[in-house]
Ligand binder design. Sequence first.
Ligand SMILES: Cc1ncc(C[n+]2csc(CCOP(=O)(O)OP(=O)(O)O)c2C)c(N)n1
Length: 537
Amino acid sequence: MKTSDIIIKCLEKENVKFIFGYPGGAVLPLYESLRHSNIDHILVRHEQSAAHCASGYARASKEVGVCLATSGPGATNLITGIATAYMDSIPLVVITGQVNSNLIGKDVFQEADIVGSTEPFTKHNYLVKKAEDIPKIIKEAFYIAKTGRPGPVLIDIPVDIQRQKMKFNYPSNINILGYKPTYKGHLGQIKRALNKLKGSKRPLICVGGGIICANAVDEFREFVNKGQIPVIHTLMGIGALNEDSTYHLGMIGIHGNKGSKNIVSQADLIMIIGARIADRAHNLIQSLNNDIDIIHIDIDPAEVGKNIKSHVPIVGDAKTILQEFNKKITNLDTKDWINQLQIIKSTEKENNILDEKYVNPKVALNYLSDKAHNDCIVTADVGQNQIWTIKNFKFMGKRSIFTSGGLGTMGYSLPASIGAQFASTNKVICVTGDGGLQMSLGELGTIGQNDLPILIILFNNNRLGMVRELQYNAYGKGNYYGVDLKNPDFILLSKAYGIDGIRVNNNKEFEKVVENALKSDKPYLIECMVNPDFATL
Ligand SMILES: Cc1ncc(C[n+]2csc(CCOP(=O)(O)OP(=O)(O)O)c2C)c(N)n1
């Protein structure tokens, strides 16, 4: 059998339904084999988007996302997408073509050392040296990508190897020396944590994206309700708990709720679940009182104690560990503590001023949130639009938000929405800024070509809004540089790609069009004109 056919067969064995990719000379045999397979290839407009699409697909399907690119520039274009997935613990298998084996290292046409380049932000990567290794490598790659802390794995396959012939045999077992993720948390530590919780007067949970990666939202909600423990979350932890839950207090960090510092400083115990507490969440650390007890649960041992010291470290899978906790946890006496926190929470007021000349994004997102279905998927880009979305769209029921929380990658939202829409029949809403949209503009073509019913909400302030705001804060009003955009007519442009759309100038106009746009089974773009001086918080 041809090796390229075998590669595709291996992917079929791994239940791959879609590959997001972009062809080139070093993957010709693979494309010829794909042509004969049941796997759908989705042609994107830029390799970076292929990785972001695969990421959106992985998040929505809870499967491994797969993307494919040719050697050299095709492969290097994937890098930002791979790093984005790595930072957010998204399982990807990335396949790249490589030049002929005997030419590697000779700086031949379209050669790049993609294995060397991606080493810092792949969970693992392979350069295939022998065709016979391929089935084992693919089996391992999927296993590594989705087990333990999920992440991207890259397989670089020289084109001569793709053309060879060999027998197909897919391994049924796997044994990777030195890779044995821990799932079960240490029972002794779980017992210690339970005792600490019982002794605590003012416990708090800080939940991160790990709970979503571990597919442990149900177990988490059960734990919170049984224990009656108030919850704060990081950006990646949005959606772990319904926002209307009594125990939900809001987001921590520099873009978090104003009261979160206050809330944290009063706690006597904090239980961190699946969060690394990086710099954006840093005010959590600054606000802790000295004699607080910290319990830290994470699948990645390297995260425990990295940014925050912990008294009870528990390494393992959040789902398995919370199942253990749920067997033993009883109602804690937290009624007064919760009432006290609810008062702090209620002091937060949003800027809901309506303007005749502009859309207020906060009001628009609140309205959109009220009208959208309870299981919609929202993707947000990076910038003011990201913070407006995560703070004003209500994440309840099965709603989810996909955004680049770790790397903060502009141009993520549009391709991620494509991947999500291929994985799900739920409504996908893509929120983006005008700068971010233009970073992956070509993907309007992918949406149009595949007639994906994505609703795109573009907040257009004709500026790189968040950077402009940073300049304002650092250098004063008027001292802006390198942030003005002379934008195209986005509605004309989207129509050119076969996507209908409308420009709205204020919230009344937005409200008029949004319900029909949500019901539409066609792609649709609503361009919201936003005052450039409108603040993030
Ligand atoms: C790839 C990339 N380049 C640069 C940045 C730095 N950056 C962060 S926010 C931002 C501005 C985003 O502007 P826009 O997309 O218009 O969104 P807005 O802030 O106006 O909502 C920039 C340039 C980034 N996060 N990602």
